[in-house]
Each structure stands twice: as C-alpha cells, then as structure tokens.
Design a protein around this ligand. Structure first.
Ligand code: FMN
Length: 193
C-alpha cells in the first residue's frame, strides 16, 4: 500500500484556535502512521472573497495559484473547521471555491480535488463540537468528487481540553483523534492504491 501524501489546514486562523490544536494532534498521528503531511496556515494564503468579475479580469490571485499547487501534490486532506452559525466558516468556503477554479482552459474540472479523500474534524466551546458544520462540509466535498472518510470527530467544550499554548491536554480525546488519524491514513493509502 502506498503511504498517502496529505495536506492539513484549519478553517480558523485565530490565534489559539481549538481547531488548529486538534489538527496538530491528527497531523502528528498521521505522520506516525506513515503519511507525509504538508501543514498549511491559510493566513499565509490571503485571498479576496471569490468574485467572478475579478477572476475574469485578472485571473486567479497568486495566493490561489500557490495553494492550488500545494493541493495538487496531495492525495488527501486533513481538515479541521469550526462551526459558524451551523455551517463551516467563510474562510473554508472561499478557499474551496477559489481552488475549484481552473487556471487554463485545458485544466480538468476540479483538478485539485477529484479522486482524493478527506478527513473532517471540528472543535467548539459549545456542546455539539461543531458537528453541524461538518455535515455541511461533508456534503460540499462529496459534490466536488472528494471521498469523505466516514468517521468524523467533533470535540465539544474544547476550552476544557486545550491549554493556552494550543495543546490538547485531555488524553481521552487525544487518543480518539490519534486513532481516527491512523484509520484515515490506512483508508487514504488504500484509495491511492
Ligand atoms: C460568527 C460565529 C458564529 C459561531 N457559531 C457557532 C455555532 O453555530 N456553533 C458552535 O458550536 N460555535 C459557534 N461559534 C463559536 C466557535 O465555535 C468558536 O469561536 C470557536 O472557538 C471557533 O474555532 P477556533 O477556536 O478554531 O477559532 C461561532 C463563532 C463565530 C465567530
């Protein structure tokens, strides 16, 4: 089985993000399971709100081209996203939308997504952990030809489980996230063939 190349990013770039904290656990565990993980901070890829007139007049912004290049190299995604008003974040949607656009007429549709897989997780100070946002995100990825790993984890009451340095201190949740990451690496590797 081929070990997958994964790309990891959080739908929150907030300092002290709970989602970044759980993503770090999952990224470390995925590496331990044999995957390579390209860790991306979306703050390093600032992009305007998607605008089809801007795209028509100027093409894709440099940040979008650069992020698409990183996506293109990956077999799968490790994604943690907060829930905002019962959906995933506008940052996440904006990145998905820009990166779905072709740079040239001969670039295949959804080239950086098609045939890949993703793991989806969330964290929230609230009790539901952001699970509603994950179902919305799941639906989007399924419709852009990404196979979504069946299991998802939404970590509730995250302020009790993550310390001020952004480390997950709760061993039970850490273990669950690590197991999920290990299972996903196996899945992504099989999908890669
Ligand atoms: C605009 C907005 C809407 C929010 N809506 C929800 C929500 O629907 N469900 C929820 O669990 N938390 C909600 N929250 C709280 C976030 O879960 C919380 O800010 C969390 O810390 C964001 O993730 P982060 O720590 O990774 O930045 C909302 C926060 C914002 C800013």
């Amino acid at each position: 089985m081929n070990q997958p190349k994964l790309i990891a990013f959080s739908g929150s770039t907030r300092a002290g993000s709970y989602n970044q904290a759980i993503l770090n656990v999952v990224s470390n565990a995925a590496e331990s399971a044999g995957a390579t993980v390209d860790r991306v901070n979306l703050k390093d890829f600032p992009m305007p709100i998607f605008d089809q007139d801007l795209e028509a007049s100027e093409g894709l912004p440099a940040s979008v081209k650069a992020l698409k290049e990183r996506f293109a190299k990956a077999d799968g995604f490790l994604i943690a996203s907060p829930e905002y008003n019962s959906a995933f974040t506008p940052l996440m949607k904006n990145v998905i939308d820009w990166c779905s656009r072709a740079e040239t007429e001969d670039e295949p549709s959804l080239s950086v997504y098609s045939g890949k897989s993703t793991l989806l997780i969330a964290a929230s100070p609230g009790g539901l952990g952001g699970i509603r946002g994950l179902y919305a995100l799941r639906s989007v990825f399924q419709n852009i030809s990404v196979t979504v790993f069946p299991s998802m984890i939404a970590v509730g009451s995250a302020y009790q489980l993550v310390d001020e340095s952004g480390t997950v201190t709760d061993e039970k949740w850490k273990g669950r996230l690590e197991k999920l990451a290990t299972d996903y690496v196996d899945f992504a590797g099989r999908l890669k063939g």
